[in-house]
Design a protein around this ligand. Structure first.
Ligand SMILES: NC(=O)c1ccc[n+]([C@@H]2O[C@H](COP(=O)([O-])OP(=O)(O)OC[C@H]3O[C@@H](n4cnc5c(N)ncnc54)[C@H](O)[C@@H]3O)[C@@H](O)[C@H]2O)c1
Length: 494
């Protein structure tokens, strides 16, 4: 299967727009097709709404954003895409028709995936040209923040389609879950439906309000579910003997059972209760306002889970590791050893980095230089394995000089020059530049000390890392000493 540079989207409603925002953010171009031309404005607005939360998800260096184009011609989209994701309404015949059509315009090595919530891939791939490249890729709303995507192959799906789809979805920061047997509703929507069916029954019977039922989740199980699923949580609930005890204690209730297996009739009364209940919960807040609240806490939760390396936090960690490695290789394949200061960071000024003066706030300069050092470390082989051996550099001194203002959303980059290196110390000079005209925005001179982190003591740099740093330092030795190197705080001494 081919490398994916351009994602083609068919249908740009809630889910199509979510795919677009995620792909563009991680540097993939998007060509989006919808039958309704007015969806272009809607799509651009939805992408702009997703951006503030997405921009906060990770501080790892991101590649330049992808470019969006829109068309009302599915054929044009299919001809330009390296990977196609279909997101039209959930109707079997409509999906079969549009999938067959785009398959005639897409090269046979272009994967075609469907966002279907519950239709099975064997039914959907029936009329496709080259059906082996088809699979279901079921995401979750908001697609730009939730990493889960269920991958399901049909009877004609080739195993390499699933493997290539996994690779692409991981690249854009997702957690592909391979659903090995095709069943209606895949895995997650079957579980969600079971819960929802019981909610509808309890509302119908007047047992509780929508708000009370939501409280029953968000103050309890919902918090646990973010890091461990129902099964592992129940294993813990069984005490020392775990799941075996849990099943012995609560197994008999399953025979009654507490819950019902048929959904209630959706009568006008039940619909009214659901609508009025959720309107009361919204308490006058618009959908957009509630989406922003949801997005903000989804970002925060993932960042906390990253500390514990569980669930979506592990996915975020893996994504960041890849982004740092890519940045360490240098934008545009710049080699790690060059008689040029190394380009260690390429990003843009994020909206939340702006202070009350309207430009980038002090602490973000330090962060940008820190991210640049991380990229330098990774490029010389300092990774989790190195840190696990209790080896790392600590920053012992920094001097930042501010030269010009950095404004919201401006592309910026950092270059790093090695001034000197010895057994334990690495002396560097960073320049923060505006990418568009290479204007110098700030510099930072830093001393980093290599330590044995277990003993909190300075220690010699390990062999391979040391020799890579030496090669780099050797190539930088011919560069002129920066004017601001060695500068003290106060008026310049002539
Ligand atoms: N909404 C969710 O929470 C959710 C979650 C996961 C998966 N899904 C699945 O994603 C798919 C899309 O759902 P949605 O909520 O985005 O729907 P939506 O109604 O918001 O968007 C569908 C879009 O498809 C366009 N469309 C209709 N016919 C078309 C055609 N022939 N060619 C091109 N475009 C066409 C419509 O103009 C519309 O913009 C469905 O299969 C749904 O089951 C939805």
């Amino acid at each position: 299967m081919r490398a994916v540079r351009t994602l083609g989207l068919l249908g740009t409603g809630v889910i199509g727009a979510g795919w677009a925002a995620r792909a563009l953010h991680f540097g993939i171009d998007v060509v989006a097709a919808d039958v309704k031309p007015e969806m272009e404005a809607w799509l651009r607005d939805a992408i702009a709404n997703a951006e503030p939360a997405l921009a906060r998800l990770t501080l790892a260096p991101l590649p330049p954003k992808g470019v969006l184009s829109f068309t009302t011609s599915p054929a044009e989209m299919a001809a330009r895409a390296d990977f196609i994701q279909e997101n039209v309404p959930e109707q079997l015949e409509l999906k079969q028709k549009v999938l067959a059509e785009i398959s005639r315009h897409a090269a046979p090595d272009v994967i075609i995936a469907s966002s279907t919530s519950g239709l099975t891939p064997t039914d959907l791939q029936r009329d496709l040209r080259a059906p082996g490249r088809f699979c279901v890729a079921h995401p979750f709303n908001p697609v730009y923040l939730l990493p889960l995507v269920e991958l399901v192959g049909g009877q004609q799906t080739a195993p390499q389609t699933i493997a290539a789809a996994q690779e692409f979805f991981r690249y854009i920061g997702m957690h592909p879950l391979h659903v090995r047997h095709e069943v209606p509703g895949h895995l997650t929507d079957r579980l969600q439906e079971a819960l929802w069916r019981e909610i509808l029954h309890m509302i119908n019977d007047g047992v509780a309000t929508t708000g009370e039922l939501d409280e029953s989740i968000v103050y309890g199980p919902g918090l646990r579910w973010a890091g461990m699923g129902t099964n592992l949580i129940y294993h813990l609930a069984g005490g020392e003997s775990g799941m075996r005890h849990m099943l012995a204690q609560f197994g008999p209730c399953l025979k009654w059972p507490w819950t019902r297996l048929e959904a209630p009739e959706l009568t006008a009364t039940l619909i009214d209760r659901m609508v009025e209940g959720t309107q009361a919960q919204a308490a006058g807040r618009s959908i957009r306002e509630l989406e922003r609240l949801r997005d903000d806490y989804l970002v925060a939760i993932q960042q906390v889970l990253r500390q514990f390396d569980v669930g979506a936090g592990s996915t975020l960690r893996a994504l960041e590791q890849r982004l740092y490695v890519d940045a360490g290789r240098g934008v545009g394949g710049q080699p790690a050893v060059d008689a040029q200061p190394l380009r260690t960071l390429s990003t843009h000024v994020r909206p939340e980095w702006i202070d009350y003066n309207g430009h980038m706030t002090d602490s973000r300069y330090v962060q940008a230089f820190g991210d640049a050092m991380d990229a330098l470390y990774r490029s010389v082989g300092i990774d989790e394995g190195y840190r696990a051996r209790s080896r790392m550099f600590y920053t012992v001194e920094s001097h930042v000089v501010h030269k010009a203002e950095a404004h919201c959303n401006e592309p910026i980059e950092v270059t790093t020059q090695i001034l000197s290196l010895d057994e334990k110390r690495l002396h560097v000079f960073h320049r923060l530049l505006r990418t568009s005209d290479s204007a110098l925005l700030a510099t930072a001179e830093q001393m980093h000390l290599h330590v044995d982190t277990a003993q909190s003591k300075a220690a010699p740099i390990d062999g391979e890392v040391r020799s890579r740093l030496e090669r780099l330092a050797g190539s930088h030795a011919s560069l002129p000493k920066p004017v601001d190197a060695g500068r003290h705080v106060g008026p310049r001494v002539q």
